[in-house]
Design a protein around this ligand. Structure first.
Ligand code: DGL
Length: 268
Protein backbone atom coordinates (compact mmCIF):
# COMPACT_ATOMS: atom_id res chain seq x y z
CA UNK A 1 0.00 0.00 0.00
CA UNK A 2 2.64 2.68 0.85
CA UNK A 3 4.09 2.19 -2.64
CA UNK A 4 0.98 3.69 -4.18
CA UNK A 5 1.14 7.43 -4.92
CA UNK A 6 -0.52 10.41 -3.29
CA UNK A 7 -2.63 12.16 -5.91
CA UNK A 8 -3.38 15.87 -6.11
CA UNK A 9 -5.43 17.83 -8.60
CA UNK A 10 -6.40 21.36 -9.51
CA UNK A 11 -7.90 23.25 -12.44
CA UNK A 12 -4.37 24.10 -13.50
CA UNK A 13 -1.12 25.26 -11.91
CA UNK A 14 -2.53 26.39 -8.56
CA UNK A 15 -2.37 23.01 -6.83
CA UNK A 16 1.37 22.99 -7.41
CA UNK A 17 1.58 25.22 -4.31
CA UNK A 18 0.18 22.29 -2.34
CA UNK A 19 2.29 19.73 -4.23
CA UNK A 20 5.43 21.73 -3.33
CA UNK A 21 4.50 21.66 0.35
CA UNK A 22 3.77 17.90 0.24
CA UNK A 23 7.06 17.13 -1.52
CA UNK A 24 8.99 19.24 1.01
CA UNK A 25 7.29 17.72 4.05
CA UNK A 26 7.16 14.13 2.79
CA UNK A 27 10.13 13.67 0.46
CA UNK A 28 9.77 9.89 0.47
CA UNK A 29 6.28 9.94 -0.94
CA UNK A 30 5.56 9.48 -4.61
CA UNK A 31 3.09 11.99 -6.00
CA UNK A 32 0.94 12.18 -9.09
CA UNK A 33 -0.48 15.60 -9.97
CA UNK A 34 -3.19 16.41 -12.49
CA UNK A 35 -3.68 19.98 -13.72
CA UNK A 36 -6.88 20.42 -15.73
CA UNK A 37 -5.32 23.25 -17.73
CA UNK A 38 -7.44 22.34 -20.75
CA UNK A 39 -10.55 23.46 -18.86
CA UNK A 40 -9.45 26.18 -16.41
CA UNK A 41 -10.76 28.40 -14.92
CA UNK A 42 -13.23 26.54 -12.73
CA UNK A 43 -14.23 29.63 -10.74
CA UNK A 44 -16.85 31.06 -13.12
CA UNK A 45 -18.41 27.65 -13.96
CA UNK A 46 -21.63 26.30 -12.42
CA UNK A 47 -21.00 24.07 -9.40
CA UNK A 48 -22.61 21.12 -11.17
CA UNK A 49 -20.04 21.28 -13.96
CA UNK A 50 -17.11 21.58 -11.53
CA UNK A 51 -18.49 18.60 -9.61
CA UNK A 52 -18.56 16.58 -12.83
CA UNK A 53 -14.93 17.53 -13.60
CA UNK A 54 -13.88 16.61 -10.05
CA UNK A 55 -15.45 13.15 -10.34
CA UNK A 56 -13.82 12.56 -13.73
CA UNK A 57 -10.38 13.52 -12.42
CA UNK A 58 -10.78 11.57 -9.19
CA UNK A 59 -11.71 8.47 -11.20
CA UNK A 60 -8.56 8.86 -13.28
CA UNK A 61 -6.34 9.30 -10.22
CA UNK A 62 -7.87 6.76 -7.86
CA UNK A 63 -8.82 4.02 -10.31
CA UNK A 64 -6.46 4.76 -13.20
CA UNK A 65 -3.35 5.72 -11.19
CA UNK A 66 -4.00 3.66 -8.07
CA UNK A 67 -3.68 6.59 -5.64
CA UNK A 68 -3.80 5.77 -1.94
CA UNK A 69 -4.79 9.31 -0.95
CA UNK A 70 -6.47 12.09 -2.92
CA UNK A 71 -5.84 15.77 -2.23
CA UNK A 72 -8.35 18.14 -3.81
CA UNK A 73 -5.81 20.95 -4.19
CA UNK A 74 -8.41 23.31 -5.62
CA UNK A 75 -10.78 25.31 -3.43
CA UNK A 76 -13.42 25.61 -6.15
CA UNK A 77 -13.52 21.84 -6.66
CA UNK A 78 -13.37 21.18 -2.90
CA UNK A 79 -16.28 23.56 -2.31
CA UNK A 80 -18.30 21.79 -5.01
CA UNK A 81 -17.41 18.14 -4.53
CA UNK A 82 -15.29 17.28 -1.46
CA UNK A 83 -18.13 15.62 0.48
CA UNK A 84 -19.19 13.56 -2.52
CA UNK A 85 -15.65 12.40 -3.23
CA UNK A 86 -15.16 11.45 0.43
CA UNK A 87 -18.34 9.38 0.28
CA UNK A 88 -17.45 7.76 -3.02
CA UNK A 89 -13.94 6.48 -2.35
CA UNK A 90 -12.60 4.34 0.44
CA UNK A 91 -9.21 6.10 0.48
CA UNK A 92 -8.67 9.36 2.43
CA UNK A 93 -9.79 12.42 0.44
CA UNK A 94 -8.47 15.74 1.76
CA UNK A 95 -9.48 19.29 0.82
CA UNK A 96 -7.82 22.67 1.31
CA UNK A 97 -10.58 24.74 2.88
CA UNK A 98 -10.53 23.48 6.46
CA UNK A 99 -6.73 23.37 6.74
CA UNK A 100 -6.59 26.96 5.45
CA UNK A 101 -9.24 28.17 7.89
CA UNK A 102 -7.41 26.46 10.76
CA UNK A 103 -4.16 28.21 9.86
CA UNK A 104 -5.77 31.63 9.39
CA UNK A 105 -7.70 31.52 12.66
CA UNK A 106 -4.51 30.78 14.55
CA UNK A 107 -2.88 33.87 13.01
CA UNK A 108 -5.47 36.65 13.41
CA UNK A 109 -5.07 38.76 16.50
CA UNK A 110 -7.74 41.39 15.89
CA UNK A 111 -10.42 38.83 14.95
CA UNK A 112 -10.93 40.35 11.49
CA UNK A 113 -10.14 37.84 8.82
CA UNK A 114 -10.28 38.21 5.05
CA UNK A 115 -10.57 35.35 2.59
CA UNK A 116 -10.20 35.68 -1.16
CA UNK A 117 -11.17 33.04 -3.69
CA UNK A 118 -12.86 32.40 -6.98
CA UNK A 119 -16.49 33.34 -7.60
CA UNK A 120 -17.46 29.66 -7.29
CA UNK A 121 -15.70 29.24 -3.95
CA UNK A 122 -16.94 32.45 -2.36
CA UNK A 123 -20.52 32.01 -3.62
CA UNK A 124 -20.60 28.43 -2.32
CA UNK A 125 -20.41 29.77 1.23
CA UNK A 126 -17.88 27.06 2.16
CA UNK A 127 -15.46 29.48 3.87
CA UNK A 128 -18.22 31.40 5.60
CA UNK A 129 -19.54 28.09 6.97
CA UNK A 130 -16.14 26.75 7.97
CA UNK A 131 -15.16 29.94 9.85
CA UNK A 132 -18.55 30.11 11.54
CA UNK A 133 -18.10 26.55 12.82
CA UNK A 134 -14.44 26.90 13.85
CA UNK A 135 -14.47 30.44 15.29
CA UNK A 136 -17.87 32.15 15.39
CA UNK A 137 -16.34 35.21 17.05
CA UNK A 138 -14.18 35.98 14.00
CA UNK A 139 -15.54 38.60 11.55
CA UNK A 140 -15.01 37.35 8.01
CA UNK A 141 -14.74 39.48 4.87
CA UNK A 142 -15.09 37.07 1.93
CA UNK A 143 -14.16 38.44 -1.49
CA UNK A 144 -14.21 36.91 -4.96
CA UNK A 145 -11.27 37.82 -7.16
CA UNK A 146 -12.25 36.99 -10.75
CA UNK A 147 -9.29 37.31 -13.10
CA UNK A 148 -6.49 36.36 -10.70
CA UNK A 149 -6.39 32.71 -11.83
CA UNK A 150 -6.13 33.70 -15.51
CA UNK A 151 -3.09 35.88 -14.78
CA UNK A 152 -1.33 33.02 -13.02
CA UNK A 153 -2.12 30.54 -15.80
CA UNK A 154 -0.55 32.98 -18.26
CA UNK A 155 2.56 33.27 -16.10
CA UNK A 156 1.87 36.92 -15.23
CA UNK A 157 2.45 37.49 -11.50
CA UNK A 158 3.31 41.11 -10.82
CA UNK A 159 2.48 43.16 -13.90
CA UNK A 160 0.86 46.59 -13.71
CA UNK A 161 -2.46 45.03 -14.79
CA UNK A 162 -2.43 42.48 -11.95
CA UNK A 163 -1.62 45.27 -9.54
CA UNK A 164 -4.48 47.47 -10.74
CA UNK A 165 -6.93 44.56 -10.53
CA UNK A 166 -5.70 43.63 -7.04
CA UNK A 167 -6.13 47.21 -5.81
CA UNK A 168 -9.73 47.21 -6.97
CA UNK A 169 -10.66 43.75 -5.70
CA UNK A 170 -8.89 43.94 -2.34
CA UNK A 171 -10.15 47.40 -1.35
CA UNK A 172 -13.02 45.99 0.79
CA UNK A 173 -10.56 43.84 2.78
CA UNK A 174 -8.45 46.92 3.54
CA UNK A 175 -11.59 48.86 4.49
CA UNK A 176 -12.61 45.98 6.82
CA UNK A 177 -9.22 46.33 8.60
CA UNK A 178 -8.39 42.63 8.38
CA UNK A 179 -5.05 41.70 9.93
CA UNK A 180 -4.95 38.31 8.14
CA UNK A 181 -5.82 37.44 4.56
CA UNK A 182 -6.41 33.80 3.71
CA UNK A 183 -5.58 32.91 0.12
CA UNK A 184 -8.62 30.72 -0.57
CA UNK A 185 -7.48 29.73 -4.04
CA UNK A 186 -4.38 27.65 -4.54
CA UNK A 187 -3.28 29.86 -7.45
CA UNK A 188 -3.04 32.98 -5.31
CA UNK A 189 0.26 32.31 -3.51
CA UNK A 190 1.89 32.95 -6.88
CA UNK A 191 0.48 36.50 -6.69
CA UNK A 192 1.64 36.96 -3.09
CA UNK A 193 4.03 39.79 -3.86
CA UNK A 194 1.33 41.85 -5.58
CA UNK A 195 -1.29 41.01 -2.94
CA UNK A 196 1.13 41.89 -0.12
CA UNK A 197 2.05 45.19 -1.77
CA UNK A 198 -1.63 46.12 -1.99
CA UNK A 199 -2.61 44.93 1.50
CA UNK A 200 0.36 46.49 3.26
CA UNK A 201 3.06 44.98 5.44
CA UNK A 202 0.99 44.62 8.58
CA UNK A 203 -1.47 42.14 6.99
CA UNK A 204 -0.38 38.49 7.17
CA UNK A 205 -1.06 36.37 4.09
CA UNK A 206 -1.95 32.74 4.84
CA UNK A 207 -1.88 29.97 2.25
CA UNK A 208 -3.48 26.59 2.84
CA UNK A 209 -0.56 24.70 1.28
CA UNK A 210 1.56 23.97 4.37
CA UNK A 211 -1.39 23.18 6.62
CA UNK A 212 -2.78 20.82 3.97
CA UNK A 213 0.59 19.04 3.76
CA UNK A 214 0.54 18.62 7.57
CA UNK A 215 -2.95 17.16 7.25
CA UNK A 216 -1.68 14.70 4.60
CA UNK A 217 1.13 13.59 6.93
CA UNK A 218 -1.23 13.32 9.87
CA UNK A 219 -3.70 11.16 7.93
CA UNK A 220 -0.95 8.88 6.62
CA UNK A 221 0.56 8.49 10.08
CA UNK A 222 -2.82 7.84 11.66
CA UNK A 223 -3.46 4.95 9.30
CA UNK A 224 0.17 3.72 9.37
CA UNK A 225 0.50 4.42 5.67
CA UNK A 226 3.61 6.61 5.62
CA UNK A 227 6.33 5.32 3.33
CA UNK A 228 9.35 4.15 5.31
CA UNK A 229 12.10 6.78 5.37
CA UNK A 230 14.60 4.36 3.82
CA UNK A 231 12.50 3.76 0.72
CA UNK A 232 13.24 6.29 -2.01
CA UNK A 233 10.16 7.57 -3.83
CA UNK A 234 9.41 6.89 -7.45
CA UNK A 235 9.63 9.97 -9.69
CA UNK A 236 6.67 12.35 -9.48
CA UNK A 237 4.18 12.30 -12.36
CA UNK A 238 2.61 15.47 -13.74
CA UNK A 239 -0.46 15.11 -15.94
CA UNK A 240 -2.21 17.84 -17.88
CA UNK A 241 -5.35 18.06 -19.99
CA UNK A 242 -3.91 21.11 -21.77
CA UNK A 243 -0.73 22.03 -23.60
CA UNK A 244 2.06 19.72 -22.40
CA UNK A 245 4.96 22.02 -23.32
CA UNK A 246 3.40 25.00 -21.52
CA UNK A 247 2.64 22.86 -18.48
CA UNK A 248 6.24 21.71 -18.31
CA UNK A 249 7.61 25.21 -18.96
CA UNK A 250 5.53 27.24 -16.49
CA UNK A 251 5.15 24.31 -14.09
CA UNK A 252 8.90 23.90 -13.63
CA UNK A 253 9.16 27.65 -12.99
CA UNK A 254 6.45 27.44 -10.32
CA UNK A 255 7.16 24.08 -8.66
CA UNK A 256 10.86 23.64 -9.29
CA UNK A 257 13.12 21.06 -10.88
CA UNK A 258 10.95 18.06 -9.94
CA UNK A 259 8.60 19.08 -12.76
CA UNK A 260 10.96 18.23 -15.57
CA UNK A 261 8.37 16.59 -17.78
CA UNK A 262 4.60 16.49 -18.17
CA UNK A 263 2.30 13.92 -19.71
CA UNK A 264 -0.95 14.51 -21.62
CA UNK A 265 -4.02 12.86 -20.14
CA UNK A 266 -7.47 12.45 -21.67
CA UNK A 267 -10.38 12.23 -19.30
CA UNK A 268 -13.33 10.41 -20.45
N1 DGL B 1 -6.81 26.81 -7.83
C1 DGL B 1 -8.24 26.85 -7.98
C2 DGL B 1 -8.87 27.12 -6.62
O1 DGL B 1 -8.22 26.92 -5.62
C3 DGL B 1 -8.61 27.82 -9.06
C4 DGL B 1 -9.95 27.55 -9.67
C5 DGL B 1 -10.15 28.13 -11.05
O2 DGL B 1 -9.67 27.53 -12.01
O3 DGL B 1 -10.83 29.17 -11.17
O4 DGL B 1 -10.02 27.47 -6.51
Amino acid sequence: MPDRPIALFDSGFGGLTVARAVIDLLPNEEIVYLGDTGRYPYGPRPQEEVRHFAHQIATELVEGRDARMLVVACNTAAAAALDELQDRFDIPVIGVIEPGVRAAISVTTNGRLGVIGTVGTINSGAYQHSVEVAAPEVALEALACPGFVEFVERGEFDSEQVHVLAERLLAPAIAAKVDTLLLGCTHYPYLARTIADVMGREVVLVSSADETAFEVRHRLEASSLLRPSDSPPGPPTFLTTGDVDWFQHLGSRLLGPELDSAVAVRLG
